[in-house]
Design a protein around this ligand. Structure first.
Ligand code: GRF
Length: 208
């Protein structure tokens, strides 16, 4: 499970939706911001999402493991794990992946799973904080700065060690939708590729 067959860490990007963060990763690979890793495949937990089209347009292999077609979490994760093993994946990047992974899974891939969250952790994170809810909560609290965080994934939702953060201004007339767009554009799409490169580099030079 070292994913170093090509001299680069093989990356699997896990998605569930529109895949704008996936697009940022693809663009970063093309512009060599990501150079210590290579996006090997994209795995979606939902059928027919736009992220899959983005991957196909970029010539990246795709897999769908539809969560709602799996009898339980264990089967869902087993199917994903089979793909990861077969493709010698060294780094798993959660990019808008809407499933919480079990501790069995996260401990198997300790320090090899990263996630992007649309707030400055430890604010507005943990169970129930996803999508627009995060930005609604930030506006309700009246914070003047929010942002995004890339962190390692462990058994605690949004609780793993922080790798990178970027702050974003909140304006008086913001709506959750406006704020979400600004956080994505100014923070998520920038730090997810940078953090992915950083972790790939660390993994490449790590002695196993
Ligand atoms: C992003 O806001 C990300 O932080 C969160 O889910 C959203 C996914 O968007 N985890 P996309 O699928 O990358 O466009």
């Amino acid at each position: 499970m070292n994913g170093e067959l090509t001299g680069k860490i093989r990356i699997a990007v896990l998605v569930s939706g529109s895949g704008t963060n996936l697009q940022a990763l693809i663009d970063a690979q093309n512009s060599e911001i990501i150079k210590s890793g290579i996006i090997d495949c994209v795995i979606s937990s939902k059928r027919d999402v736009y992220a899959l089209e983005r991957a196909e347009n970029a010539g990246i292999d795709t897999f769908t493991v539809a969560k709602n077609e799996c009898a339980d979490q264990n089967i869902f994760e087993k199917k994903i794990d089979e793909i990861l093993t077969r493709r010698c994946i060294g780094l798993i990047v959660l990019a808008g992946f809407l499933s919480v992974l079990s501790s069995t899974f996260t401990s198997k891939y300790a320090n090899r799973i990263i996630n992007v969250h649309p707030s400055l952790i430890p604010s507005f994170c943990g169970d129930g904080f996803y999508g627009l809810r995060v930005h609604e909560a930030a506006l309700a609290r009246g914070v003047k700065l929010t942002g995004a965080t890339v962190h390692y994934v462990n058994e605690i939702t949004d609780g793993g060690k922080i790798i990178m953060q970027k702050s974003v201004r909140v304006y008086d007339n913001d709506t959750p939708e406006k704020l979400q767009k600004r956080v994505m554009k100014q923070a998520e799409w920038k730090i997810l590729p940078l953090a992915s490169e950083k972790v790939c580099k660390l993994l490449l030079f790590r002695k196993e």
